[in-house]
Design a protein around this ligand. Structure first.
Ligand code: NAP
Length: 485
């Protein structure tokens, strides 16, 4: 499929269709700042159509043997891998991320998501409980119906497939809404789903804005399950919209993740891991470590070597094979980053690296949205720059004196998504990991993902868990059947 200049369509009931209102939005390429395709500006009428299709498809799909559903999902995974280069290029153009990152991370992981849930449904177990001499109970887990799946722009195919795969694997039908900023790979996925033999109406994709399409999905009475990934402010709106209907909701929200480096850490590994966790995807991964805390005795050495390594990251045209830092997703996000870098200085911080937009990497990218990897030091822990989610290539580095102090600092934000702890002291690693209030704690690593583990955030970082067994449970309804003896 050509992606440049293409007019993206909704995918409803197995067909590519125009939005009922006939309206489209420009899809801007972040690296150039120019439109390169168009995306439907759909509304509640398109969501209604998708719901009707999903409702019709549910009757057959939910009754298909797991093995048949599994075969189709495995085919989807194979086809994503067949078209890996096309997907990676589309994702790079759509998001501004380096082509190499899309090729090695996002797209292979999207294929893994389908493969993982395709095989997981072949190995599920169900509980039985014997109530003394009185009764025998067993739990029947049934698909819930129509799932609404809403995802953000930072890892578009990866995060959408992380929802679509478990939702349809267990027998639901789905209505997915990718971010209007990054719709291309979801569009391509529909073509692949069709080719893989996914029955019409099982997966429907309605493109458009959050207020029009996202809100119509969360408010639709026939969509009883909502899996949402995005910002905390939007997550709150989603929760409010779902509450009157008692919808089952999963919310994967923002983060302000701490990296904690003790003086006894393997500093080479901690620096390499922290540079990666600060600047991967231009810092636009919910799991990025944006607050680095370093034990005072190692602080000076760490900062110098961190800056040296970060300054070597090659910023460039995302389509250039050598690029390690691509573009920021849009102008609004770029402005937000600039705002926080200014604020950081007003709050007393010193720009130790970066701090501004670079020269455009080439003529093609003259109007693109770029920002240098930026390090701010000398900030108080409690300032806004250290508390608000910036979601860009901006990291603060702060010294600490002892374990209790750094645990307090790490926990003293509204978020609780992930953290990383760097130490060679095994007891300390366990002790600190237990006390940090985040859904994931990485010790001496970052972004190591096992699809079987529960994934999600604490506090304002979310509600519920995705991943493995948790996702299979989320998308099914447990029914207890109690048989008297
Ligand atoms: P966002 O603005 O909250 O948008 C997320 C999705 O929600 C988009 O598809 C958006 O549509 C849609 N939306 C907006 N308003 C809505 C409404 N009223 N009802 C229903 N849907 C609505 O987030 P973003 O800026 O795309 O993504 C960045 C955020 O996602 C960051 O905070 C990041 O930490 C978080 N994130 C979290 C995780 C995690 O696993 N915890 C993973 C990745 C990202 P449009 O954008 O098309 O308008």
């Amino acid at each position: 499929m050509r992606t440049e200049s293409v007019q993206i369509q909704n995918f409803i009931d197995g067909q590519f269709v125009q939005p009922i209102g006939g309206k489209y939005l420009d899809n801007i390429e972040p690296a150039t700042g120019k439109p390169y395709s168009q995306v439907p500006d759909s509304d509640d009428r398109d969501v209604d159509l998708a719901v009707a299709a999903a409702e019709r498809a549910f009757a057959d799909w939910s009754k298909k043997p797991a093995a048949e559903r599994s075969t189709i999902l495995l085919r989807i995974a194979d086809l994503i891998e067949r078209d890996l280069e096309k997907f990676a290029r589309a994702e790079s153009i759509d998001t501004g991320k380096p082509l190499s990152l899309a090729r090695f991370l996002d797209i292979p992981r999207a294929a893994s998501n389908f493969r993982f849930f395709a095989t997981a449904i072949l190995h599920t177990e169900s509980e039985a409980h014997i109530t003394d001499g009185v009764a025998f109970n067993y739990t029947l887990r049934q698909p819930r119906g129509i799932a609404g799946l809403i995802s953000p722009w930072n890892l578009p195919l990866y995060l959408l497939s992380w929802k679509i795969a478990p939702a349809i694997a267990v027998g639901n039908t789905a209505i997915a809404k990718p971010s209007e900023l990054t719709p291309m790979t979801a569009f391509m996925l529909c073509e692949i789903a069709h080719e893989a033999g996914l029955p019409n109406g099982v997966l429907n994709v309605v493109h458009g804005t959050g207020p029009n399409v996202g809100a119509a999905i969360t408010a639709h009475p026939k969509i009883n399950t909502i899996s949402f990934t995005g910002g905390t402010v939007t997550g709150r709106k989603v929760a409010e919209a779902c509450a009157p209907f008692f919808k089952k909701v999963s919310l994967e929200l923002g983060g302000k993740n701490p990296n904690i480096i003790f003086a006894d850490a393997d500093l080479d590994a901690a620096i390499a891991g922290s540079v990666r966790s600060s600047f991967a995807n231009q810092g636009q991964i919910c799991l990025c470590g944006s607050r680095v805390f370093v034990e005072r005795s190692a602080y000076k050495d760490f900062v110098e070597r961190f800056i040296d390594k970060a300054s070597q990251l090659k910023l460039g045209d995302p389509l250039d094979e050598k690029t390690e830092q691509g573009a920021i997703v849009n102008k609004a996000q770029l402005e937000k980053i600039k705002f926080y870098v200014d604020l950081g200085q007003k709050e007393g911080g010193k720009i130790a690296l970066g701090g501004s937009a670079p020269e455009p990497p080439n003529e093609r990218c003259r109007e693109g949205y770029f920002f240098q990897p930026t390090v701010i030091t000398g900030l108080p822990v409690s300032c806004r720059t250290n508390r608000d989610e910036i979601f860009g290539p901006v990291v603060t580095i702060t010294p600490f004196d002892n374990e209790d102090e750094v645990i307090n600092c790490a926990n003293d934000v509204e978020y609780g998504l992930s953290s990383s702890v760097w130490t060679q002291n095994l007891n300390r690693a366990h002790r600190v990991a237990e006390k940090i209030n985040t859904g994931t704690v990485w010790v001496n690593c970052w972004l190591v993902r096992d699809l079987r583990v529960p994934f999600g955030g604490m506090k304002a970082s979310g509600l519920g868990r995705e991943g493995g067994e948790e996702a299979l449970r989320f998308f099914t309804e447990p029914k207890n059947i109690c048989i008297a003896k």
